[in-house]
Design a protein around this ligand. Structure first.
Ligand SMILES: [Zn+2]
Length: 323
């Protein structure tokens, strides 16, 4: 019997620092300062100090989003991500600088990028390892990555130069069987399909124990359970750390607890990580301090669909550019 904790970050989108995050409190909209990799590192360290077996996963949309991250094509994030100490990641916007550049980024990480569904056009070979085995206490875990399948369908062509993506379910059973043959007792999917597709996946496959879900930015305050599979997703922008603790006996989850932990402002920032974040921000700090306009409306991603045109008008006004 082993008790282990899965920590999840998904869809951080380059939010290195804390930021105002939208909440509904007593039926009213409110914003609170939350997030930032330095604060998340404190939260992760505290859990690692308290518990014996702690794993940390990143569902992707990591190497893209904010100006400092995009300007360095994700490079500025490398020391920060390595400091947090993930066990594996998968991705989506992470392909924004082309698959070759993503491979270069991944080579610098101390952990693998897993994708069961990204193939090289020329050879039909997988571009990244599809899965990994991880011994945790006396339990062997098999983790399978599924990257976003829309990268070669709805994103600019350069994102998928030389590669193509499948939906991730085509060779999934084969991969599960392969991991089980090699001793995996618990099957975990690290996915960037999006919550609706992931619930479908859980319905269609009987051997999946846990799905770490990404892409759709859902704040799940408790796991969804579908066909005996536990699904968690933990908001976005590093505002939350998802925490799922499971007790596994003979390959079955016999008990679980879950918390969606808010990276709240009262949590101190981890000094070394903060220094790395400051270093990543330093070349851009001055230009980011420049005020280019003000708004009385909250320009939050949740309202983006509602205010998209207004936001575009605002950007066009400020930059004199056409889109
Ligand atoms: Zn995404």
């Amino acid at each position: 019997m082993t008790t282990m904790t899965f920590l999840q970050l998904n869809d951080v989108h380059g939010y290195l620092h804390e930021h105002p995050e939208w909440f509904l409190q007593d039926g009213k909209e409110t914003f609170r300062q939350v997030g930032g990799y330095a604060r998340l590192k404190t939260m992760i360290d505290r859990i690692r100090a308290e518990e014996e077996h702690v794993l940390l996963f990143d569902n992707g949309d990591t190497f893209h989003g904010t100006y400092p991250v995009v300007k360095t094509k994700g490079e500025s994030l490398i020391p920060i991500l390595n400091e947090l100490g993930f066990d594996a990641m998968t991705g989506h916007w992470d392909f924004a600088y082309g698959p070759e550049h993503l491979q270069q980024l991944v080579q610098q990480l101390h952990y693998p990028f897993l994708a069961n569904n990204c193939f090289q056009k020329e050879t039909d070979e997988l571009l990244f390892p599809p899965s990994m085995l991880l011994p945790v206490g006396d339990t062997m875990i098999g983790i399978i990555g599924i990257a976003s399948p829309i990268i070669d369908k709805t994103m600019p062509a350069s994102f998928s130069e030389g590669v193509y993506f499948t939906n991730g379910d085509e060779r999934l059973q084969e991969e599960i069987d392969h991991l089980k043959e090699r001793g995996a007792e618990l099957i975990v999917i690290l996915s960037h399909l999006g919550f609706p597709q992931e619930t479908k996946l859980a319905e269609s496959f009987d051997d999946i124990d846990i799905i770490l879900s990404g892409h759709t930015h859902n704040r799940l305050t408790e796991p969804a359970t579908v066909n005996d599979t536990l699904l968690i997703q933990s908001g976005c922008h590093g505002s939350f750390l998802g925490k799922l603790t499971v007790t596994v006996e003979r390959g079955k989850i016999v008990h679980y607890t879950h918390d969606l932990l808010e990276a709240e402002a009262s949590i101190p920032e981890h000094a070394e990580t903060k220094a790395l974040v400051d270093e990543a921000m330093a070349p851009f700090e001055q230009s980011l301090q420049q005020v280019i306009g003000t708004t009385e409306l909250p320009l939050h991603c949740l309202f983006l669909l509602l205010f998209k045109q207004r936001l575009l008008d605002f950007i066009i006004n400020c930059t004199n550019k056409q889109f």
